[in-house]
Design a protein around this ligand. Structure first.
Ligand SMILES: *Cc1c(COP(=O)(O)O)cnc(C)c1O
Length: 421
């Protein structure tokens, strides 16, 4: 065995024994909400294609046209010679849609977060993150070498203590203080208390980076996110989003002031030292931004919410006995005329132990549902879960099949004492 394999294989074995080993699963065939693995026909309840745009013919057409016009690769970084018309059109479209003066696209949302945080913050600065922030924001904050503080999930009292502490810090210059959170949290599907959070950071003169990866496409009059839905766009300094979820493409973006964008063009290393995303993807994403704002986008969004309401009601009637923590359906929600409201299109069944989640996922797979187990380090140890996402593409029959599979999975887990470990 080579020395590198020797050094690494022990760790792999440890992860396997702890139920934490991850492997890639290849889908032999996909078509919207359907996927085939081997001979198994599955319904996909794990994609982030909330509006079902990833296979939209108009996106494919826009990509094909740009592919023929500009070729496959963009051949250079954006600052050298990789900026084409589709890139510029996409950035103008994002800025207009988000309601900000400017926008900049990156090869992924992950790259956008890393590049932006590391560019804006220096070791003299302070970054304060919600405990459940996405890995890309945590990594970007670390990379910046700014002083990093974390507040418990959505705990504004603790955030205020940290802002007070920040206010008292002295340095060569007044430190920049940046708060980082998500509008819809990726692994829990709950929301940040945005109105209160924005008022709080303003009281202390701090800035906010808001990650709208899972809110884009689902909130606001033109479906640009939760900030717009709350009319907070102008009071948030940095809007982070991805083209890879509701927009059905690939890539990430930052929206904000022209000065912010000019600064990132000069300083964001993940933007500067990386080949420009393919023009075909930029063209498809621009088409997606157009469709999201149209009547069709509204109808797709309504369909997603109809499915979210249905699953939310179903879960409310089926308390998941094996959940050590309440399922998300009992989390803080925005009540509307007394009716319950799902917080997002993300639902979780927190089984706790890694093994319980793995067998629940396997059970669902046997019943034709693709919904992989989410485990540490994506979520804390002991909070392993099934994460279900509904999209505009799921039909009423699909939802019925999901409910039947969940029902039988819950029964199975109640009968198997190992799940309570
Ligand atoms: C998916 C995701 C990202 C990263 O976006 P990519 O375009 O997939 O790199 C960032 N933040 C959150 C909350 C996400 O869920």
């Amino acid at each position: 065995m080579s020395s590198i394999d020797e050094a690494l294989s022990d760790e792999l074995e440890n992860w396997r024994q702890a139920g934490l080993l991850r492997t890639l699963r290849t889908l032999d065939h996909t078509s919207g909400t359907r996927a085939t693995i081997g001979t198994r026909e599955l319904l996909n309840f794990s994609s982030n294609d909330y509006l079902g745009l990833a296979r939209h013919p108009e996106l494919q057409e826009a990509a094909t046209r740009a592919l023929q016009q500009h070729g496959v690769g963009s051949t250079a970084s954006r600052l050298v010679s990789g900026t084409t018309l589709p890139h510029k059109e996409l950035e103008s479209a994002i800025a207009a849609w988000k309601g900000t003066p400017a926008a900049l696209t990156f090869s992924s949302g992950h790259a956008a977060a890393m590049g932006t945080l590391a560019a804006i913050l220096t070791p003299d600065d302070i970054v304060i993150l919600d405990k459940r922030s996405h890995a890309c924001c945590i990594d970007g904050a670390r990379l910046s070498n700014a002083r990093l503080r974390v507040f418990p999930h959505n705990d504004l009292n603790r955030l205020e203590s940290l802002l007070k502490w920040s206010d008292a810090q002295q340095g060569k210059r007044r430190p920049r203080v940046l708060v980082v959170t998500e509008s819809v949290f990726s692994m829990d599907g709950d929301r940040a208390p945005l109105n209160e959070l924005v008022a709080l950071k303003e009281r202390y003169g701090a800035w906010l980076l808001l990650d709208e990866a899972h809110a884009t496409g689902l909130f606001g009059a033109s479906r640009s996110g939760l900030a717009a839905a709350h009319q907070l766009t102008d009071r948030i300094e940095i809007h982070l989003g991805t083209l890879s979820k509701s927009l059905g493409c690939s890539g990430g973006y930052i929206a904000g002031s022209q000065t912010l964008i000019d600064f990132l063009v000069n300083r964001a290393r993940s933007f500067i030292y990386s080949t420009a995303p393919p023009p075909s993807i930029a063209a498809a994403a621009a088409k997606a931004v157009e469709i999201v704002q149209s009547d069709e986008g509204r109808l797709r969004c309504e369909q997603t919410w109809a499915n979210a309401h249905r699953l939310d009601r179903w879960l409310a009637g089926h308390p998941l006995a094996s959940s050590p923590t309440p399922p998300p359906t009992t989390q803080k929600q925005v009540p509307q005329s007394g009716a319950r409201e799902p917080a997002s299109a993300i639902f979780t069944w927190i089984t706790g132990s890694e093994s319980a989640t793995l067998s629940a996922a396997e059970h669902l797979l046997e019943h034709g549902i693709l919904c992989p187990a989410i485990r540490h380090p994506s979520v804390p140890r002991g909070a392993a879960r099934l994460r279900l996402t509904v999209t505009a593409g799921h039909s009423p029959a699909d939802m019925t099949q999901l409910e039947a599979a969940l029902e039988s999975s819950i029964k199975g887990s109640l009968q198997d004492p190992s799940h309570h470990a």
